[in-house]
Design a binder for this molecule. Sequence first.
Ligand code: B12
Ligand code: SF4
Length: 455
Amino acid sequence: MSRIFLISLNTCNHPFEVYPLGMAVVGAALEDDGHQVRMYDYLAAGQNDGDLIHAVEEYRPEFVGLSIRNLDDNIDSSFEIDNAKKFKWISGLVEQIKNSTKAPVIIGGPAFSLMPETILDLTGADYGITAEGEKAICRLITDLQENRKTDRIISGSDFFLPGSGIKGALYEESLVRYYYDVSDFINIQTKRGCPFQCVYCTYPSLEGDRFRYRENQEVIDEIRRLKTELGCNSFFFTDSVFNDPAGRYRELLEDIILEDLDIKWAAYFTPYRLEKADIDLCKRAGLFAVELGTDASNTTALAGMNKMFDWDGVVKANNIITKAGLACAHFVIFGGPDETYETLAEGIENCRQLEKCVVFGYAGIRLYPGTLLMERALSEGVIDGNTSLFEPVYYYCPAIDKQRMHEMICSGWGKDRRLIYPQAKGEMISQALKQMFNVKGLLWDNMHLLQRTTP
Ligand code: B12
Ligand code: SF4
C-alpha cells in the first residue's frame, strides 16, 4: 500500500467547469489496488500554489500523480493561446513539489497523451502515462516499489481495460458539491472509444478505436448513488459518441427508465443513423439537450472530414431532435479539407436554414499529432516536419484565404444570435448569460434569454 497524492490542474471554466473525472477514475483504480489516495482539485481548492504545496507536504505522499486535461483551454482560432506560459507554470509547480517530497511525479491526462515527449520535458515530471491511466499507473507503482526498471513514458493503450473492467470514479462529496453547484452537471462515462475515423479527431487515439461499453448496472448504480447520496440530478455523459450505431446505448436507456431514475442529461450525438424512435427513447430517459458532432456545413466538406453522413443526414437529425422539443447545438468547422468558396457559401446558407437550433461555427481545424489531417497538412505543405503543434496550428484548406472566409461567415450569418461565430464572441455570450441571468450548465440551451433582451 502506498500513499498517493493526485492533483487535477484544470482551471478552465468554458463552457463550464467539469468534475475532474480523469483524476477520479485513476484514484478509484488506485484505491481498488489497495493504495491510499488523496485527490486535490486545484480549481475547487481556490487556485493557490502555496496551498497545493502545503497540502502535498502535509500528506507526505510516496507518489504524486498529475492530471492535465486540456492542452488548449479553447479550440478556436479566434482565441489567443499561450501554452508555453501555462506549462512554465506547471513546471514551476512540479519543481516545488519535488522540493517538498521525494515522491516521483507521474503525469497523465488527455493533454499529456497528445504530446507526451514535449510535455514530459517541459514539466520535468519523472514518468508519464499516455491514454488510459488506471491499469498502467497501478503497474508502474508496483514496478517502482519493486525497483524494476521502467520506461519514462508508458503507453496506456497497451493497458486498455475491457468494457466490463472500466469501473466508476471516486465521486468525492466536497468536489461533487463544488462542481454541481457551479456547473449544474456531473459527468459520467458509459463507454470508451470510437471506431469512426474523422480526419482531425484525437478521440480514437485517446480511448481506442472501438467502443468498450461499461456494464449498464455499474453506470446505473453510479447515477443512483450520485442522486440519492449527493443530490445530483443532471448529468453529462462524456462518451465520444453517445449513440453508438450498434445501439448499445438503448439498453442502458431502457434500464434508466425501468429503474425510474428520473434524471436529466445531455451528451454528444452523431447524426449517423439517428432515428425518431431513438430520440424518443432518449427523451423518455431524461435527455434534454443534444450536442451534435455535425463538424462541417455541407456534403463535400463532410466527406473531406471522413464523416459517415451527408448534409441531408444533418437536417434530418436536426428535425428529429428539435421536433421532439429538445435543445440542439451543432458544432461546425469551416475551411477544412476539400472546402472551396462554393461549398463555403453553400454551408453558410445550410446552417442558416437549420431550424430551432444553435450553431457554433469554427474557422480552421486545430492540428494534433497522429491524426489523418496532420498527414494531409504535411502532404499539402500546410505544415512541415519541423512545425511544432504545441501552440495551436490550424489547418485551412489551401484553396481558402482565411480572411476572405472570415468575412463570408460574418456577413452570411449576420446578426442571427443562433449562429455563433467566432468562438471568442461565443465566450462573451456565455459570460453574459452567466452574469445577466445566472444560468448554469450548457448555456447555449438558454440563448433565448438573450433574444428577449434585443428590441
Ligand atoms: C466530454 C468532453 C467534454 C465535455 C465535458 C462535459 C463534462 N461535464 O465533463 C465538454 C463539452 C463540456 C467539453 C469541453 C471542453 N473540452 Co472536452 N472533451 C470531452 C471528452 C469527449 C471526454 C472527456 C472525459 O471526461 N473523459 C473521461 C475521462 C475518464 O477520461 P480522461 O480525463 O481522459 O482520463 C483518462 C486518461 O486521460 C488518464 N488520466 C487522466 N488523468 C490522469 C492522471 C494520471 C496521473 C494518469 C497516470 C492518468 C490520467 O486516465 C483516465 C482514465 O483512462 C474528451 C475527448 C476524449 N474522448 O477523451 C474531450 C477533451 C478532453 N476536451 C478537450 C477540450 C480542449 C475541451 C475544451 C477546452 C473545448 C473548448 N471549449 O474549446 C472545453 C474545456 C472544458 C473544461 N472546463 O475544461 C480536449 C483536451 C485536449 C486538448 N486538445 O487540449 C479533448 C481531449 C478533446 C480534443 N479535442 O482532443 N469536453
Ligand atoms: S469526431 Fe466523433 S465520430 Fe469522429 S472519430 Fe472523433 S469521436 Fe469519433
